[in-house]
Design a protein around this ligand. Structure first.
Ligand SMILES: Nc1nc2c(c(=O)[nH]1)N[C@H]1C(S)=C(S)[C@@H](COP(=O)(O)O)O[C@H]1N2
Ligand SMILES: [Mo]
Length: 253
């Protein structure tokens, strides 16, 4: 533990010094050596993206928790951003009350599996009341219940080589998170909201909750999670549809 802390301290000092004195290219090289280059490092804002992500991951603990609220804080209105997919396949699964829906978990895992909703609901659950902020400037507080993604990663035997979990929904709004967020205790596969089943608009039957980042990382309408050590094979290789649209892959708040 002491080793890890002092290593973090040295790294942090190194990154900051390099950025200030030796120049940004040295800071980026240090970030690269520690695997802290975000997938969308290549664009106009690429250097900034790398420094933000790398310093965030070095300065704050992997386990730092997003703030949690009380039931009295739950917002009366929860806006929907990105309504349910109009895909026939999705509508048919909905019509049969998700009986035939499965969450496929594959990639760098020892035991790939397709989970039914019933199966997911029987696992130990976590309930948390959190604040969701959208990049468009609005936000709300809601209660979410689901199975921690960490539980699923343990079940399927995620490889130590894993670098990202890619969340693939029924619509085009796919995203990915790093393993610090994937193993984080507040990262859930949520099937309930405000004490009720997850409403269709809010991501039924299952959505991701990534509480330390902006709303768009919390992918709704999930159909598949792929564990991978490289994001390059997915879409344009930037780590999500939002980075492809010009937003940051790392959207920490
Ligand atoms: N599959 C999917 N997930 C998604 C979206 C979407 O359009 N499709 N919108 C994202 C955005 S921009 C935000 S702010 C939140 C909104 O969640 P809400 O509709 O429950 O408020 O979901 C995110 N997850
Ligand atoms: Mo959003």
């Amino acid at each position: 533990m002491r080793d890890r802390i002092s290593r973090r301290g040295i790294l942090r000092a190194g990154l900051v010094t390099a950025a200030g004195v030796a120049g940004l290219d040295v800071a980026v090289r240090i970030a690269d050596r520690y695997g802290l280059i975000p997938p969308d490092h290549g664009g106009i804002y690429g250097l900034g993206e790398t420094l933000t992500y790398a310093s965030q991951r070095l300065l704050t603990s992997r386990a730092s928790m997003a703030r949690e609220f009380t039931r009295a804080d739950i917002s009366k209105v929860a806006p929907v951003n990105g309504g349910p997919p109009k895909l026939d396949e999705y509508l048919q699964l909905f019509a049969r009350d998700w009986a035939d829906w499965r969450l496929v978990v594959d990639g760098l895992v020892a035991r790939p599996h397709a989970f039914s909703l019933g199966e997911l609901m029987r696992f130990p659950s976590r309930t948390q009341i959190t604040h969701q902020a959208c990049e468009e400037g609005w936000s709300f507080i809601a209660e979410w219940t689901g199975v921690p993604l960490a539980h699923i990663l343990n079940l399927v035997g995620a490889s130590p080589k894993a670098k990202f979990v890619v969340a693939l929904p029924f619509d085009r709004a796919w995203e990915s998170i790093d393993m610090a967020d994937a193993w984080h205790p507040q990262t859930l596969l949520a099937y309930r909201m405000n004490g009720d089943v997850l409403p269709t608009g809010h991501g039924a039957p299952l959505r991701l909750r990534v509480e330390r980042q902006l709303g768009y990382k919390s992918v709704k309408y999930l159909r598949r999670l792929t564990v991978t050590d490289s994001i390059l094979a997915f879409g344009k290789g930037l780590g999500g549809s939002n980075p492809e649209d010009g937003y940051s892959w790392y959207a920490g708040i």
